[in-house]
Ligand binder design. Structure first.
Ligand code: ZN
Length: 204
């Protein structure tokens, strides 16, 4: 065996190991979350498109996806724009010189799922917090008829403490229990948020 042969086999090994996919590595947990979230908020077709994008090495066109899935092109495009709206996919477009049409090359950003989940949790938390603020900073009145709406103090005053809908007498409504439930929900969600963040950090 000559020295040349030895060095050549070494080179071959290098070539094969550098063949690794250039795709961003995501954990199995991220992959699962992505598929679940997409299925949940965007539906079956968007999920199918996502799975195709997850399995291509780099970018791909809407036409290629359409062929792979045997899905109508405008349906594929709709799904892709949905992913774009969710900030989970981006595209670049190039004008085809022979046809004059734009060709769209799509890339999935599965790693953005963490940001997405975090943002959603934050939105829910903010909604709960502002609802709690509203409950804590107002006095409420009710006619005790479950079909009639609750009103705040100023409205009750304007209505001479008579219900707008049924004419019943408006009495003070104790919202202590509601406030307690809201506070519990906020604590619960904050715990989930902390846990989610720990999982994300641990796996990155
Ligand atoms: Zn009423």
């Amino acid at each position: 065996m000559s020295k040349e042969d030895v060095s050549k086999s070494g080179e071959n090994e290098d070539v094969s190991s550098s063949k690794m996919t250039s795709k961003i590595n995501i954990s199995e947990r991220q992959r699962q979350t992505l598929i679940e979230v997409v299925d949940d908020i965007a539906g079956e077709e968007v999920k199918k498109v996502t799975l195709v994008l997850l399995n291509v090495d780099e970018e791909t066109t809407d036409e290629e996806i359409s062929e792979k899935l045997d899905m109508r092109l405008n349906q594929v495009r709709k799904s892709l724009y949905k992913l774009y709206d969710l900030q989970l996919a981006t595209f670049r477009r190039i004008r085809d010189k022979s046809t004059g049409w734009f060709v769209y090359f799509w890339t999935l950003h599965p790693e953005r799922i963490d940001m997405f989940v975090e943002k959603k949790q934050q939105e829910v938390l903010e909604k709960l917090q502002s609802r709690l603020d509203y409950e804590e900073s107002n006095m409420f009145f009710t006619c005790n008829n479950p079909e009639c709406p609750r009103v705040i103090f100023q409205e009750a005053m304007d209505q001479n403490f008579e219900c707008d809908r049924c004419g019943g007498r408006l009495e003070a409504f104790d919202n202590e229990q509601l406030i307690t439930v809201l506070k519990e929900k906020i604590v619960e969600l904050e715990e989930i948020k902390d846990k989610t963040q720990k999982i994300m950090k641990g796996e990155k």
